[in-house]
Every structure is written in structure tokens, then in C-alpha cells.
Design a binder for this molecule. Structure first.
Ligand SMILES: C[S@@+](CC[C@H](N)C(=O)[O-])C[C@H]1O[C@@H](n2cnc3c(N)ncnc32)[C@H](O)[C@@H]1O
Length: 196
């Protein structure tokens, strides 16, 4: 159940098993979190991880909601009237084949949908192990009117976040010896001559 008094709304797209959002929400009780995944068993695991995090903190969850949605179709359930402050996209599927790239959650086509409900100056925090996805996403963010505020090709050597909370996939790829790539970008107004 969300409290009306909370001012910020932060979403996690493709939350997976949810331990990231569970830890983040416990640290920030004055922010509302909405964690979305497409797969029911992931949401079940997220629910248990959220309950565990709150039990360890000795509190009850009053700031995370779990939702089953397809982010590719987010425009069917979110619109201009919804105001989102920040979106986390952690280790989304890299869809390496050219014919599948539009399915990437950071593709320009997707980012244009997020622009509808992300407030001006709202941020996207993105992490991946995949070099191809990361380099392409830098271009996608710029094409879709986002300014890159900070980025790194090795998050664990050069942390760009206030606090980095490791996700399940981050741990797995780090254990395999892969570097984690990350960036923070913010929604800016397109220049007058770029507006359609
Ligand atoms: C590679 S896992 C990463 C999970 C988690 N974020 C992490 O870092 O450990 C990608 C997750 O995104 C979810 N997902 C993939 N496509 C999605 C979509 N179109 N809408 C919502 N969730 C999606 C998958 O079900 C999966 O749980």
C-alpha cells in the first residue's frame, strides 16, 4: 500500500528476483517504488525477497508495489498523467541479433515511450554487463533526448551511484570476471528545431 505523503515515484523495469529493489526501498522509506516484471515466478521471488528485507529491518513494507506488465507495451498502462522521477533498468536482455534490437528496454523506441511519463529532469539508471548493448544504448539515450550525466565501463572500480546495490545478475556476471557497465542520464527537452 502506498502512502499519499510520499513524493517520489521510482520504477524498476525487469526487476527479476527483486533483491535490488527490496534493499533500495528499505533504505529509502520516503520514496515509492514500483517493480515490474513480465514473468510471474520472478514476481513471486521478488515478493519473498521484499518480505525478507523488511523483516530484517524490523519494519513492514509500505513503499514497494510489484506489478506484472510487459514494458514493451508500457504505453497501454502509463500516460502523461503519471509522473515518474526515476527508472532503473538493470541487466535487461541484450537482444544481440539486429532483427530483435527494438525489443531492448533501452531502445530509442522504448525510451520515447518512457519520455511520456518520466518528468522533465527525471533520470534513468542503467547497468549491464554487455558491451554491445551498453554502447548502442548510449546512442539510444542521446537520440531520445536524454543527457548522459555520468557513465563507467567498470562500475566496481569507479562507482557513479550514491550507493551501488548489487543485483542478482550483477553478482553472477561479476563472479564470471565481467566488468559492469553503468550510466545515469536525464530527460531533457529536445531543441526547438528537433521537435516534430
Ligand atoms: C536478465 S534479467 C535481470 C533481472 C534483474 N534486473 C537483475 O539485474 O538481476 C531480465 C529480467 O527482465 C524481465 N523482462 C524481460 N523483458 C521484459 C519486458 N518486456 N517487460 C517486463 N519485464 C521484462 C525478465 O523476466 C527478467 O526477470
Amino acid at each position: 500500500m502506498l502512502l499519499n505523503t510520499k513524493l517520489q515515484f521510482i520504477w524498476s523495469f525487469g526487476c527479476g528476483k527483486g533483491s535490488f529493489i527490496a534493499k533500495l526501498a528499505v533504505l529509502n522509506p520516503n520514496i515509492n517504488y514500483i517493480a515490474v516484471d513480465l514473468v510471474d515466478p520472478m514476481l513471486g521471488l521478488s515478493k519473498r525477497n521484499i518480505e525478507k528485507s523488511y523483516a530484517e529491518a524490523g519494519r513492514e513494507n509500505n513503499n514497494i508495489i510489484l506489478a506484472r506488465h510487459d514494458i514493451e507495451r508500457i504505453n497501454f498502462f502509463m500516460s502523461k498523467e503519471d509522473v515518474v522521477d526515476r527508472i532503473y533498468i538493470n541487466f535487461c536482455n541484450p537482444w544481440p541479433k539486429p532483427k530483435h534490437r527494438k525489443k531492448r528496454l533501452t531502445h530509442t523506441k522504448q525510451l520515447m515511450l518512457y519520455r511520456e511519463f518520466l518528468k522533465d529532469g527525471g533520470e534513468i539508471y542503467f547497468k549491464t554487463d554487455d558491451d554491445g548493448l551498453f554502447n548502442d544504448s548510449i546512442k539510444y539515450f542521446q537520440e531520445a533526448g536524454f543527457e548522459i550525466l555520468d557513465m563507467t565501463y567498470d562500475l566496481h572500480e569507479n562507482n557513479i551511484f550514491e550507493v551501488n546495490i548489487e543485483t542478482e545478475h550483477e553478482k553472477m556476471y561479476t563472479d564470471e570476471g565481467k566488468c559492469i557497465k553503468a550510466l545515469i542520464c536525464k530527460k531533457i527537452q529536445p531543441k526547438e528545431d528537433e521537435r516534430k
